[in-house]
Design a protein around this ligand. Structure first.
Ligand code: 1PW
Ligand code: ADP
Ligand code: CA
Length: 559
């Protein structure tokens, strides 16, 4: 039977005031004790307020015996915490814990308790350390990949200055690899990394870098388990190793949509406390050949074109998306093709819901298997679910300015509610958004609504479906065409081009096909098949926390 740790309770000094400090299995609390002197002043003026504070053990970053300053030199903050001596209390220890600030930002704060007795001080440090060691979800050894060229090229600096000190404070050891070329991290994970050694992988970079990491990790897991990625129908094996994202990219939508902010220190703290958030992954295939994985946006048309154009402007940093965004908006290209999809019918929730996926999301906790009342009835009647039968595929043919599949909200600083505000992180579905050909002004209305409270789907040229699978087939199948052009020689090519020009009068100024924006990576194929793999990977995150009313929240504010 598990040994119940006993309660530890002592009277300790904090900022020259006496507190009753208590540690149990889950909480560290400290309550101010009225001293005689204070009681007198309290009763006389009736203004004296006693402080009472608490921190969940799960949010303690570290505990450290503090060196009470006796005029000796400072030997470094985390070697020994230097403190002013208090008469009669020559010993002290410092607890570092997570404190919540505005807009989902987390910070590491310190509180130092002074003790009269050295062995009591040691007992406190030891007991808190014991409690921390019981938290088995915390990582101990991490493999870190830094993209030194992501975003504003600050990845290395961000990691060294803001993240590494926190990891060492929390006794997390790391192996750090600064990538030397694109796909370095992917290939290292896929082939070389000794994954058994690590509890997690940390990605310092943007969405493109994160994409490298998941490709390495998922491919490696499938290879180790003998699963063929090329077969679109295969059930993929979930990855054991969790991934932490330290945002140092341009859009950082995966970090923002899973944590609520793109802030390196906040992300580091979510890694340290050992958070876990499952994430859906889309697999993208073409002709039974595996192309890529995606966790955030798969965008054809507008977002594909923005990305493709922006790649030429990398030197501009994150501003390249604004420039390419305006350019792409003005060119106003539309693309013809057929979208087929398998609607997720047997679930609760729709992409137009007002409720959002938040930390501990009820829908995601049930793997997206929660049944709506109708579907439940249907299942009872037939004893088999619609999706188990294969479901009904739907087909929409048309001219589209954008086809977006958002497997998560895709919230980012540019659009805090995201491309699909009600999408879930881990429900096994993706929200397929179809924006049909419309006027520039209407398209602008749609785009601008991503930045306001107005519903971007409430427009007659926009539709959105929650789906488990989808396919896109452009009117002109690019790969066949390319092959024909290449293999058919100049004559054959010209003939074919003439045919395309006939079919597509805008040729010359309008490209026939767009490319897909797959989590910030250009995917040149137009024709693709996509399937969602429910909860294939896990992040060191917990989803976006509901903004706490600070009085209700158990943080070291007065309770
Ligand atoms: C004219 C007014 C336009 C306002 C439109 C606001 C809509 C913004 C919605 C952005 C959704 C972004 C989805 C995330 C994509 C990233 O994977 C990708 C790559 O990010 P990375 O550079 O790797 O961090 N970024 C972009 C812009 O394609
Ligand atoms: N050392 C490197 N040199 C060049 N490119 C790299 C390197 N490491 C990673 N990359 C690539 O850089 C691209 C962009 O990275 P990312 O971190 O997403 O930044 P951003 O958000 O600015 O696009 C990704 O496609 C990634 O594969
Ligand atoms: Ca999803």
């Amino acid at each position: 039977m598990e040994k119940q740790p006993r309660l530890l309770s002592s009277q300790l000094l904090l900022r020259n005031r006496v507190f009753e400090v208590t540690l149990n299995r889950t909480l560290l609390t400290w309550k101010e004790i009225q001293t005689k002197k204070k009681r007198v002043s309290g009763s006389m003026h009736n203004t004296f307020k006693l402080g009472s504070y608490c921190v969940p053990v799960s949010e303690i970053v570290a505990v450290q015996e503090a060196e009470v300053d006796k005029g000796t030199k400072d030997e470094g903050r985390w070697q020994k915490m230097s403190q002013k001596p208090i008469e009669g209390y020559p010993y002290a220890f410092t607890v570092s814990y997570v404190e919540r600030e505005r807009q989902h930002r987390w910070r590491c704060h310190d509180v130092t308790f002074h003790c009269s007795d050295g062995s009591l001080c040691q007992q406190w440090v030891q007991r808190i350390r014991e409690q921390l060691s019981l938290l088995t979800s915390r990582p101990k050894h991490l493999l870190v990949y830094i993209n030194p060229y992501g975003g504003k090229q600050q990845g290395k600096l961000i990691y060294e200055e803001k993240v590494a000190p926190l990891f060492s404070q929390a006794s997390i050891s790391t192996d750090v690899i600064v990538t030397e070329y694109a796909n370095h991290a992917r290939d290292h994970l896929k082939m070389d990394a000794d994954l058994k050694k690590y509890d997690g992988v940390v990605c310092v970079g943007g969405d493109g870098m994160f994409s490298e990491i998941i490709h390495g990790l998922i491919s490696r897991t499938q290879a180790d388990c003998g699963v063929d990625q090329n077969c679109a129908e295969e059930k993929l094996v979930p990855c054991r190793v969790r991934i932490g994202i330290i945002p140092a990219g341009s859009t950082d939508c995966i970090c923002y949509a899973t944590v609520g902010i793109n802030d390196p220190v906040t992300s580091a703290l979510h890694i340290i406390v050992g958070d876990s958030q499952a994430l859906d992954v889309c697999s993208v295939h073409h002709n039974n050949t595996f192309l890529r994985y995606s966790v955030s946006l798969l965008g054809y048309g507008f977002y594909g074109d923005v990305l493709k154009d922006s790649e030429k402007k990398r030197w501009m940093g994150p501003a390249r998306y604004d420039v390419s965004g305006v350019k792409t908006f003005l060119t106003h290209h539309y693309y013809e093709g057929t979208v087929s999809f398998l609607p997720a019918t047997d679930i609760l929730g729709t992409p137009r819901d007002k409720t959002k996926c938040r930390a501990g999301c009820y829908i995601c906790q049930h793997n997206g298997q929660l049944l709506s009342e109708d579907a439940q009835f249907y299942r009872m009647e037939d004893n088999i679910s619609h999706s188990e039968m294969g479901g009904d595929w739907r087909m929409i043919r048309g001219k589209f300015l954008a086809i977006n599949a958002a497997s998560m909200s895709c919230a980012c600083p540019r659009s805090p509610k995201g491309l699909s505000p009600a999408a879930h992180l881990a429900d096994g579905t993706t929200d397929l958004i179809l924006v049909r050909k419309c006027s520039r002004i209407n398209f602008l209305r749609h785009l601008l609504r991503h930045t306001t409270k107005d519903d971007q789907f409430d427009l007659n040229f926009v539709e959105v479906h929650r789906v488990r699978k989808f396919r896109f087939m452009p009117k002109h199948c690019e790969s066949d065409l390319e092959l024909d052009l290449r293999e058919g020689g100049a004559g054959g090519g010209k003939k074919l081009l003439r045919k395309i020009c006939r079919d597509h009068p805008a040729c010359g100024c309008t490209p026939i096909n767009s490319s897909w924006n797959c989590d910030g990576e250009v995917l040149p194929h137009a024709a693709i098949e996509v399937g969602v793999h429910c909860q294939l990977i896990r992040l060191f995150a917990r989803g976006i926390e509901d903004q706490p009313l600070f009085e209700d929240f158990c943080t070291p504010t007065v309770i």
